[in-house]
Write a protein that binds this ligand. Sequence first.
Ligand SMILES: *Cc1c(COP(=O)(O)O)cnc(C)c1O
Length: 360
Amino acid sequence: MKRVINACGRVTILGVSTLSEEVAQAAVDGGQSYVVIEDLINRAGEIISGYTGGEDSCVTSCASAAICLTVAGLISKGKKSIMDRLPDSSGIPNEIILQKGHSIEFGAPLVTMLKLGGGVPVEAGTVNEVMPEDIEEAINEKTVALLYVKSHHCVQKGMVDIETMRDIAHRHNLPFMIDAAAEEDFRKYIAMGADLVMYSGAKALEATTSGFVTGKKEYIEYAKKQYHGIGRPMKIGKEGIMGLLKALDLYEHKDREKEVEKNIAKVKYLCEEINKIPGLKAIQIQDEAGRAIYRARVMVDTAVGNKKIEEINKELRAGDPLIHCRAEFLNLGKLDFDPRPLCKGDKELIVSRLKEIMKG
Ligand SMILES: *Cc1c(COP(=O)(O)O)cnc(C)c1O
C-alpha cells in the first residue's frame, strides 16, 4: 500500500486526521483499564459540556452516529417499546425537516443517518431557494425536530439562516438541531440557542474516531438510551472516549491563530511555487463555509497549458506517494490543496510532482 499525501482535508476516505502523542497515549491508557461504561459515558458528557456550554452531552462513535442517536432519541423519547422497534417508527411522529440545499452527501447521504434513527426526512423548499414559509408550512403533527446543516457541502445561497430557522422551531415548540460536524467552534451554536448540536471528534479536534451531541439535558438523556437499542452497532469504546476528552482539552489550549498563520504560510508557498510551473496558476482561497481555512486553488493556464485538469488530478493520484487534493470543483477546472493535513516535506513533494506532470 502506498503512502498518501493528504491535501484533501479531514476526510474519512483518507483517515480524517492524525493523533498527537498525547491523544494517542490517552487512548492507550483508556484501553488498558476497566470502567463501568455508563459512568464513563455520563462523566464524558459532563466534561464535553464544559467545552460546549450544553446542559449535557452524549459521546458517540462519530457525528453520523450522533445524528442518528439524536433522531432516535427524539422519536422514542426514551420509551422502551418504541426503542425496541426502531428504525420502524410507523404511526408515531417521526418527521425531521431540513432545507433542500442542506440535504448533502459527506461520504454518505445525510438523510441516511436520519432514516437509520427512524426519522423521515422532509426536505423544505428547492435546492437553490428555501423561504421561511417552506419550513413553516412543512411543520405538522408528525414533525419531531428541525435540522440545520452547517457545512461547506451545503448550498450557500438562498437558504434560510440559523436564527430564522431556530425561531420557527421554537415558535412551534420543536427542538432545533444543528449538524456542525466539521465546525471548529464548539460553543457557538449552543450560544445561538440550538437545542442539540452534533460534532465529529476526528475533524477539527483531531481526536480518536468519535463524535458527540451536546445540548438540552432531556434530549441528551434520550440519545444516551439508544445505546440499548439501535445505538449498539455504533458504540464507542473507552479508548475512543479517552482520546476525545484529551483532544478537547488540548484544543481549548491550542493557539489556533498561530495554526492558521502556519497554514497560510504553506498555502503561500504552494501558490508561489506552482505559479512558477508553466501551464499552471494558483491562488489562495478561503473555505466556502467561512471557516478560517485557507487553501491553494490550482487551475490550468489555458494560454500555456495543454494538459487537462482531470489528467493532472489522475496523475497526482497515481504516483508514489499518492497525492489526494480536493476535486469537488474539478468540473469547473479547479483543484484545491488543503494545507492542514500535510506532513513534513509534503508540500515540496506536491510541487515537484506537479512539475513532473506538467513536463509530460
Ligand atoms: C463529516 C461530516 C459528517 C459526518 O461526520 P462523521 O464523524 O464522519 O460521522 C456529518 N455532517 C457533516 C456536515 C460533515 O461534514
